[in-house]
Design a protein around this ligand. Structure first.
Ligand code: ZN
Length: 333
């Protein structure tokens, strides 16, 4: 199982994939998104190739410092037992540059508060039953596409059948894991994953369609009394990130307990095309005996060192783990 590796990023520029270290010297944080993103024009890739290991260390140290300064001191709930959390970030489609920062942040969040211990992996075999049984919850961190299948189906008929059977088995294992009482959390592109797999869409709660906004947006606190929203002290808040619009048959207020959403009173929503004009950003739900938390924030690196968002993530993860009680009953429209 691959551990989080902040040092070496696969950069894809102009169709060429290279492994190299990143990044820029002093302009570090403001330019980190640019440095960590994978969608590099070749010109930018070329300037990065010459950077030194010490510069890479500076980037890592700066991110660690930002994250450390943003982490909450304590978890909202005392874990019923030592909790093991799988952070899975395999991408079969677009790869977000914030994955490495996100995995680091979630790892430190668990470590500092004692709420959970993170194992970070991009190897889908961790979803084999025996391995999955070691965890109390799974976080799909910016996963994209069909993550349980090979990049290409094997040409050989028998091998292809094996790969298809394996994908079906891993999908069934994830559903059973949650249905039988474990937890699931999703960040940002977790809803840009398996969009044609209805059970997954139902369980995670949304299927990404587009991102009409990438700017500072006002978020409405839809559940000021929910312990998962305690980070916001009963108020709404503003945040800069890429904001998702979900497919019309998903992310329905009648199906899950919405916690945050774009504030229609403070923002022009005409760029959105959703039928019910609903633009939720985070929610909780139950699935069988298990619990689900999703938050669409997580495109940008800074999200993972935003103190309010980290508190919200932590409460949502503790809800998914079964340690933090919260009412997930949907409100009828
Ligand atoms: Zn994104």
């Amino acid at each position: 199982m691959r551990q989080s590796n902040f040092w070496t990023l696969r950069l894809n520029g102009g169709g060429i994939t290279k492994s190299l270290t990143c990044c820029c010297p002093r302009i570090i944080v403001s330019n980190m998104k640019r440095c960590l993103t994978l969608a590099f024009p070749m010109a930018i890739s070329a300037t990065i190739i010459g950077l030194t290991v010490s510069q890479t260390i500076a980037v890592k140290e700066e991110a660690i410092a930002r994250i450390a300064a943003a982490l909450p001191d304590a978890a909202p709930a005392k874990p019923a037992k030592a909790r093991k959390l799988l952070v899975f970030s395999k991408t079969a489609g677009f790869r977000h540059g914030s994955i490495e920062v996100g995995a680091l942040s979630l790892t430190e969040l668990g470590k500092k508060t004692g709420a959970f211990e993170v194992t970070h992996s991009e190897d889908e075999s961790v979803f084999e039953k025996n391995s999955l049984a070691n965890f109390d919850a799974v976080i799909m961190l910016n996963t994209t596409g069909e993550v349980f299948r090979p990049k290409e189906w094997p040409a050989d008929t028998a091998e292809k059948k094996n790969a298809q059977d394996r994908e079906a088995r891993l999908k069934a294992n994830l559903l059973a894991f949650v249905r039988e009482g474990k937890g699931l959390a999703g960040m940002h592109a977790a809803t840009d994953t398996y969009k044609k797999w209805k059970e997954y869409n139902d369980m995670m709660g949304g299927a990404f369609v587009s991102h009409p906004w990438h700017k500072n947006v006002p978020l409405k606190n839809l559940e000021p009394k929910s312990p998962v929203n305690a980070a916001f002290s009963g108020e709404g808040f503003e945040v800069t990130d890429e904001i998702y619009q979900f497919r019309d048959d998903t992310a329905l207020r009648s199906e899950r307990r919405m916690l945050l959403g774009l504030d229609a009173d403070k923002m022009d929503l005409s760029k959105g095309s959703r039928g019910d004009k609903g633009y939720p950003v985070s929610w909780i739900d139950t699935y069988g005996q298990g619990r689900v938390f999703y938050c669409s924030l997580g495109h940008r690196n800074e999200i993972f060192w935003n103190p309010a968002v980290l508190k919200h993530y932590l409460a949502g993860i503790q809800y998914a783990l079964g340690d933090l009680e919260a009412d997930a009953t949907p409100l009828t429209p």
